[in-house]
Design a protein around this ligand. Structure first.
Ligand SMILES: [Mn+2]
Length: 424
């Protein structure tokens, strides 16, 4: 189904008087509000093709109803999101869960829906039905050269799909590692992985990037061969200028200072971008900003500061993607909430008074520095984000629109109640 633009405009009209009143106040409180609105309009967050269905855990999966049954329907769902919030204009494909069968038709559909193809993602953390060799003991790190070769070829295949669709990056997340002491020679595992990545890197088109994603633990629980940003950066540095470190917020040990990691990766010109989600304990895949919105703001604060220091374009110079899917929410409502939380964190970061913050830092005025950040975080920027959406043709209140227009009910009518989207 497609979103009804006239309906969006009609509902917006009914909310406009109240919105205008709130916006006038916010605009008087925030400096350079027009420049901020433009940046918010330009900013888009890619939606992964695996987030449109209800996620599962290893204990079970409670599928929702009206889930997309094909890549085309997943794209339609993202098209719906984008029509409603005007900030989700890209899809990140996972291969082999979502192999495009007809590139031309898929590209045409993407254009119709206003979507671009973001990074493509390979999968060597599962065995596929028709697969010859198993990844049980790793893929790019495997002691058997034949397994490594199979995994390398898969990644090159993923690049080929991406080239056809107009993607410009490959994200490699490896579950490689070990579960028990002694299982693995760390140095050999690293070398094997590096050599495999080098072969994949050599197959990248000139204008492509390779994103090396790290994760602290799970599914391996003793060691991960790309376990933290240090290891990822080692690979990225050894591979060359097209390789970068990708930060997934849920892939750290508890209490890691992610904002500091981001600042240093940016300083080194090696930050690829983000997988947004939130967590209480580990890789919980919860809605972005649902548990630690202040941390999300602090991360964006470093992003804006670090990108501006390097003269980077916020909207295009890093990869921005949500990587979450959980058991209990409607996936589309969850994504609307995630995008909203990310836009709010970005808006907050844009209004930090950097001159004052810098002055406080230079004087070791710890109290003033904290006040600047916390006052910013406590400023209500929801109406500014809504104004950016309004100007782009999106809904003033996305979640309210989704519910009042009974979009899920319509999707269930179209697709049925017993649909299961491919993915985790
Ligand atoms: Mn991720």
């Amino acid at each position: 189904m497609l979103a009804d633009k006239n309906k969006i405009a009609e509902i917006n009209q009914s909310l406009l008087t109240e919105h205008r009143r709130r916006f006038e106040y916010a605009a008087s409180e925030v400096k350079n509000v027009e420049a901020i609105i433009q940046k918010l309009i330009d900013f888009n967050i890619a939606i992964p093709s695996w987030a449109l269905g209800t996620g599962g855990t290893r204990f079970g999966r409670f599928s929702g109803a009206g889930e997309p049954r094909s890549l085309e329907e997943k794209m339609e769902d993202i098209g719906l999101l984008h029509a409603i919030n005007q900030s989700s204009g890209a899809i990140s494909l996972h291969i082999p869960w979502d192999i495009p069968k007809d590139y031309k038709a898929i590209k045409f559909l993407a254009t119709q829906l206003g979507l671009k193809f973001d990074a493509v993602n390979s999968n060597t953390f599962q065995d596929q039905q028709d697969q010859e060799l198993s990844y049980k003991f790793g893929s790019l790190q495997h002691v058997d050269k034949a397994v490594r070769k199979q995994a390398i070829e898969h990644n090159i295949e993923v690049i080929k799909h991406g080239v056809e669709l107009g993607s410009e990056a490959l994200t490699v997340w490896l579950s490689d590692g070990s579960c028990f002491p002694g299982q693995l020679n760390f140095r050999k595992a690293f070398q094997n992985t590096l050599e495999s990545l080098q072969e994949i890197y050599a197959a990248l088109p000139d204008d492509w990037k390779l994103f090396v994603e790290y994760k602290a633990f799970e599914p391996n629980f003793y060691s991960m061969t790309v376990g933290d940003w240090g290891q990822s950066l080692l690979y990225a540095n050894k591979l060359g200028p097209k390789a970068y470190t990708l930060v997934d917020l849920g892939h750290h040990l508890p209490n890691a200072n992610i904002e500091q990691i981001v600042a240093l990766l940016l300083m080194e010109g090696k930050l690829a971008g983000f997988h947004f989600n939130d967590s209480k304990y580990g890789d919980d895949d919860l809605t972005a900003g649902s548990i630690k919105p202040y941390q999300l703001f602090l991360i964006f604060n470093e992003l804006v500061e670090g990108m501006d220091a390097r003269g980077m374009n916020h909207a295009t110079d890093l990869g921005w993607m949500i990587d979450a899917s959980h058991n209990v929410k409607d996936p589309l409502e969850d994504l609307l909430q995630s995008v909203e939380a990310i836009m709010l964190a970005y808006a907050h970061a844009l209004i930090v008074d950097r001159k004052k913050l810098n002055a406080a830092q230079e004087k070791n005025d710890v109290v003033a520095a904290q006040e600047i950040l916390q006052n910013t975080f406590r400023t209500d920027v929801r109406v500014i984000v809504a104004e950016a959406r309004l100007r782009s043709g999106g809904a003033l209140n996305p979640l309210q629109f989704f519910r009042e227009q009974k979009i899920r009910e319509q999707l269930i009518k179209e697709r049925g109640t017993k649909t299961v989207a491919t993915g985790l």
